[in-house]
Design a protein around this ligand. Sequence first.
Ligand SMILES: C[S@@+](CC[C@H](N)C(=O)[O-])C[C@H]1O[C@@H](n2cnc3c(N)ncnc32)[C@H](O)[C@@H]1O
Length: 304
Amino acid sequence: MRFAIPHPIPYQGSKRQLAPAILSFIPRGKYKRLIEPFAGSAAVTLAVASQGLCERYLISELLPPLADLWRELVARPESLTNRYRALWNSQQPNPQARFNEIRAEFNADHDPAKLLYLLARCVKNAVRFNPAGQFNQSPDNRRLGVKPDTAEQEIWGAHRLLAGRCAVLCGDFRQTLQHATEDDLVYLDPPYEGTSNGRDRRYIRGVQRDELVQTLHDLNRRGVQFLLSYDGTFGAKPYGKPLPTFLRAHRVHLDAGRSTQATLAGKNLKTIESLYVSSGLCEGRRVPAALHWKEPARGALLFE
Ligand SMILES: C[S@@+](CC[C@H](N)C(=O)[O-])C[C@H]1O[C@@H](n2cnc3c(N)ncnc32)[C@H](O)[C@@H]1O
């Protein structure tokens, strides 16, 4: 399995590194469609599409300009690339002042190309909104953001994988999952319980544990299989409680390696993330309690 996967949207919390481990739980050709209702940068959808594991894709996201950015990527890559290039080139001679101007423009017009520029340039590639719903993340002044030629390659790479095969919705995950059937596989990556408090509740409002549990219970009842990234530990610090056993999902600890933040702080802390695998995906298979995924190419593929 090769993993040269496009990653057009720089996004904090992207599952790009863990995607190979997550994909190892997906049997080839069994599920017609992958649904990713907490899309963000949709790293798992792009990885699944790059391996041709499903035929069709449905991604959805609560944040409207991010859903619009996905629509542009899927349907109008040329226009998106040109607009990104123009924004990037307009940064000189004063990139910091220009970032602030583009951020103010984005807060007025919600142009997805401007969101792409802001994400590429801002601190930790992290979307942050103030209580009034205005994007308020600061620029990272050590860099100018992804160069236009690289962005063009990533955008077209994602477009080629998804054009004509991917629908994009904007809304709450529960609405999106009403569309799921037994032919679909669902990958969920909600904001972690411990990390979403205090943000703008209109967009990144966090997901209540009971609504997530209820949704998973409902998927089980309808025979829809799912993979869920939920909680984890950072060094010795755990966040999130295990999900209830009545959901019959198998918990696998994924070793995400050393955290970038810890490395910068001179510490050697590992991030371990939990992946919950629904019971139907485990049938007749050996599912380990832990998967160490330091180098995707060398990892064991469980289902191939
Ligand atoms: C942890 S991120 C997903 C990251 C993604 N796996 C990736 O690879 O980039 C969670 C995403 O869910 C979105 N979100 C938050 N609450 C939501 C909800 N109730 N319904 C749908 N999306 C939601 C956030 O805007 C954010 O983009």
